[in-house]
Write a protein that binds this ligand. Structure first.
Ligand SMILES: C[S@@+](CC[C@H](N)C(=O)[O-])C[C@H]1O[C@@H](n2cnc3c(N)ncnc32)[C@H](O)[C@@H]1O
Length: 230
C-alpha cells in the first residue's frame, strides 16, 4: 500500500501492478512519447539545443519514473542535441516498484526513493528536470510543495521539461487500464502556480494532445518551462 501523505492515492497491489504494466504495453505513454512531443516544438528544440550545445556535462533529474527504460531514453534524447555530453541521471519516485525494474535491468542512473516535495538534493543542483505527469498523479495539495522543491533544486538557468494533464476545472478520475487517481486542474492554474516560483512557459512550447475515448476532454500539455532570468 502507498503512503497517503505524499505521492499517489493508495492503490491495491493488483492496481499498482496494472499501473506499472501499462507502460510495457503503451510505450508511447512512457517518457519516450513525452520527449518526442517536446521535440515537436521548434521553440523547445532551439532552447534545449542552445542550452546543451556548449556543455560537456549535465545533471538531469527524472521526477517520477514509472517505466524502467526512461533513464536510457532520456540519455538518447539529450545526446541527440550533443553527442559528446556527459549525462549524470538521477531518478526519483516515491514508489519502490517504479525503481526496482531500473535496478533489475541494470540501467545506468541513481535511483532515489523519496517524495518529490522533500528531496535530498542540494540547492541549484540540476541543469535539467523532467516532470512528466507526476503532478497529475498526486493530490492538488501536493502540487505547490512539489513546484517549490523543483524551484529549489533546479539551477538558475536550468530547463524544466513538464508534462501535465489539464481540464476546464479541477477534476479527479481513474482509467481502468491505468488505475491510479489522476488530478487535473486548468492549464492557467498550473501557469499561475509555476509563476509564483518564477517559472515562465515560453510561447509555442506546449504540445497539446488529449486522452483517448471517453476521456478526450482531458488535454495533455508537454513542453518546457524556464526560470525567469531577471
Ligand atoms: C504518471 S507517472 C510518470 C509518467 C512518466 N511518463 C513515466 O513513464 O515515468 C508518475 C510517477 O510519479 C510518482 N509520483 C507521484 N507523486 C509523487 C510524489 N509526490 N513524489 C514522488 N513520486 C511521485 C508516481 O509514483 C509515478 O510513478
Amino acid at each position: 500500500m502507498t503512503s497517503k501523505k505524499f505521492g499517489p492515492d493508495t492503490m491495491t497491489n493488483k492496481g499498482m501492478k496494472k499501473f506499472f504494466d501499462f507502460y510495457k504495453t503503451h510505450k508511447s505513454r512512457a517518457l519516450v512519447g513525452f520527449l518526442k512531443d517536446v521535440a515537436k516544438s521548434n521553440t523547445n528544440k532551439k532552447r534545449i539545443s542552445a542550452f546543451l550545445r556548449k556543455r560537456r556535462k549535465v545533471t538531469c533529474l527524472i521526477l517520477g519514473c514509472s517505466y524502467w527504460s526512461n533513464p536510457k531514453d532520456t540519455v538518447d534524447f539529450l545526446k541527440g542535441f550533443n553527442k559528446n555530453l556527459d549525462i549524470n541521471i538521477t531518478v526519483l519516485d516515491i514508489l519502490s516498484n517504479a525503481l526496482l525494474e531500473i535496478v533489475k535491468n541494470d540501467i545506468k542512473c541513481l535511483p532515489v526513493l523519496a517524495p518529490a516535495q522533500k528531496t535530498p538534493f542540494l540547492d541549484n543542483y540540476f541543469d535539467i528536470i523532467i516532470c512528466d505527469c507526476l503532478l497529475t498523479c498526486c493530490s492538488f495539495n501536493q502540487h505547490e510543495p512539489v513546484i517549490k522543491e523543483i524551484n529549489r533544486i533546479i539551477k538558475k538557468r536550468g530547463i524544466l521539461l513538464l508534462g501535465v494533464a489539464h481540464s476546464k476545472r479541477n477534476i479527479t478520475f481513474k482509467m481502468a487500464e491505468r488505475p491510479i487517481v489522476n488530478y487535473c486542474r486548468p492549464f492557467a492554474d498550473y501557469k499561475k502556480l509555476f509563476g509564483k516560483y518564477n517559472f515562465v512557459f515560453p510561447k509555442n512550447s506546449s504540445i497539446e494532445t488529449h486522452l483517448p475515448g471517453k476521456w478526450s476532454q482531458i488535454r495533455i500539455a508537454n513542453g518546457i518551462v524556464l526560470k525567469k532570468t531577471s
